[in-house]
Write a protein that binds this ligand. Structure first.
Ligand code: ME8
Length: 505
């Protein structure tokens, strides 16, 4: 039986249209999901939309639309992003679905039964933009630490006994060193928890757009308890009889999030789960934030980067490559059109595209469009080239398991660079007259290297890899990672290539 692998994106608020930040988080998950599938895991890749809470209710009100109609409309934009960016998610959860509401009510009852929720009264600050409560001591110049406006809230509320979980959380972080990654985020969370935890308000009464608290219709659940529970809902937590999927996929292998929501995932979520006697996810990875040409991205500044426009302008694999190659995952990054264009022209058009173009063209021109047969013997420089990826598969696995996407790409580009150098050094155009059989061996070795590179690049650039693997006639069942070790079948007829990555002027 295959090993299972469960990966999630945050579920996105439907108060707004998707932007580059949403595309970035989901892209990182798509790459891991595709990699794991090619590496023989049974993958469940979940994304979706967060449709309750005051922020969404207000956005609907501003448009004079009923919340239900509003969320139906906006959540479509997030679904469209999946196609646009070529995301391979297995499920799309919406928090207004019955399966999710049932699952929220189930976990609530469990928390009540286990004695971790009690009724009280909340009075304090609340930031609608962050959907978060703040202590007086956290307020800076009358605002939340994120800069979001806050309002004073006084209302009856149920509380979760978060204060009791401080030591258990700290021991858990200690015993599970990679639970919070990268390390800088781990330190941040540990010092927050060491600072002491207050019981958390987990219901609201001043508005109604949310999941009803079981047995108390005046309250709706706090939107973060509702939202986090999506990770359970999607693998059938609420369905008593049909729990194979839950047994198979829970706990999740990784929740991918932006650094803005680490506290909810690394403090509240494990505490809720422990209190409900449920196993904890294996890892929370918090990536950094993009700015736009040096400025914070915000609607009011009018500098939101629209992923649909970006893909339209530059192409989907170009955008996917740039986002993952430009910035070490976990760090903040600055988006700039000129950098994107540089990357496309130098790494994609000049290096990878050019390698494919010149090798296939030479085969067509010199070998009558037939790929030469596998060589009978190899020189050291041939083996260096054709074995470099084969011998490094465990390194690539390590890089994916540690979210080092830029390093993965850098390593592949070293092989691409070596292949281009091999072309120049072996000079097949002069071998054509001096040693035809050596020219055939050289061209075979190059195509074999291109085959391996394209298999390994599938998670990052699925369309390009498919085009290349189709072009050189690698069968579908031979595109799996175990096939890296199978040598390329020579003797196949191929056609002249068209440029893979047109240069952007
Ligand atoms: O927080 N750079 O939803 P949200 C990189 N519904 N990533 C960015 C970004 C930027 N400039 N801006 C946003 C929520 N993101 C909750 C989540 S999960 C149970 C509930 C990404 O629509 C980043 O992943 O505000 C961030 O965490 C997410 O969008 C926030 O999406």
């Amino acid at each position: 039986m295959k090993n299972s692998y469960y990966i999630t994106t945050p579920i996105y608020y439907v108060n707004d249209v998707p932007h580059i930040g949403h595309a970035y988080t989901t892209l990182s998950c798509d790459i891991i999901a595709r990699f794991k599938r090619l590496d023989d895991f049974d993958v469940f890749f979940l994304t979706g939309t967060d449709e309750h809470g005051q922020k969404v209710e207000m956005a609907a009100k501003n448009k004079n639309i009923e919340p239900f109609d509003f969320v139906d409309e906006v959540s479509k934009n997030f679904k469209n992003l999946l196609n646009c960016m070529n995301f391979s998610s297995d499920d799309f959860i919406r928090t207004t679905e019955k399966r999710h509401i049932d699952s929220c009510q189930k976990i609530w009852k469990k928390l009540i039964d286990n004695g971790h929720i009690y009724l009280g009264k909340y009075s304090g600050w609340y930031a609608v933009r962050d959907e978060a409560f703040f202590l007086e001591s956290e307020i800076i110049d009358g605002k939340a630490p994120s800069g979001a406006p806050v309002e004073w809230v006084e209302e009856p509320s149920y509380f979760f006994d978060l204060s009791k979980w401080q030591n258990k959380l700290l021991s858990f972080y200690e015993e599970n060193k990679s639970f919070i990654s990268p390390a800088s985020r781990r330190n941040e969370v540990i010092s927050f928890v060491k600072g002491g935890l207050k019981d958390l308000s987990v219901s609201r009464t001043s508005f109604s757009w949310g999941v009803k608290v079981p047995n108390d219709d005046n309250h709706i659940m706090y939107v973060w308890l509702d939202a986090l529970t999506n990770y359970l809902s999607a693998c059938n937590y609420s369905e008593g009889k049909n729990q194979e999927s839950f047994a198979k996929f829970w706990p999740a292998d990784i929740h991918m999030v932006g650094k803005d929501i680490i506290r909810f995932h690394a403090v509240y979520w494990p505490a809720f789960l422990m209190a409900a006697n449920l196993p904890l996810p294996k890892k929370i990875f918090a990536h950094g934030w993009w700015t736009n040409e040096g400025n914070k991205i915000s609607k009011s500044l009018g500098n939101v980067i629209n992923p649909f426009e970006l893909v339209e302008k530059y192409g989907v694999d170009q955008v996917r490559y740039f986002l993952m190659r430009e910035v070490p995952f976990g760090n903040d990054g600055d988006f700039s059109n000129s950098q994107l264009i540089n990357r496309v022209n130098s790494d994609l058009a000049n290096s990878y595209g050019n390698l494919f173009q010149r090798v296939v063209s030479m085969i067509c021109k010199n070998c009558n469009e037939v790929v030469p047969l596998k060589p009978n013997n190899y020189k050291n420089e041939d083996l260096f080239l054709i074995n470099s990826i084969k011998n490094s598969m465990d390194d690539y696995r390590y890089l994916i398991d540690n979210q080092k996407f830029d390093q993965y790409l850098k390593n592949i580009w070293i092989t691409i660079g070596n292949a281009n150098k091999y072309v120049d050094e072996q000079a097949p155009w002069s071998l054509k007259t001096s040693d035809f059989s050596r020219m055939e061996d050289v061209l075979y070795n190059l195509l074999e290297t291109i085959r391996q590179i394209s298999i390994l690049l599938q998670p990052f650039m699925p369309d390009t890899s498919k085009t290349i693997l189709d072009h050189i006639k690698v069968e579908h069942q031979d595109r799996h990672f175990t096939s890296i070790n199978k040598m390329y079948q020579g003797g196949i007829t191929i056609t002249k290539p068209t440029p893979m990555f047109p240069r952007i002027v």
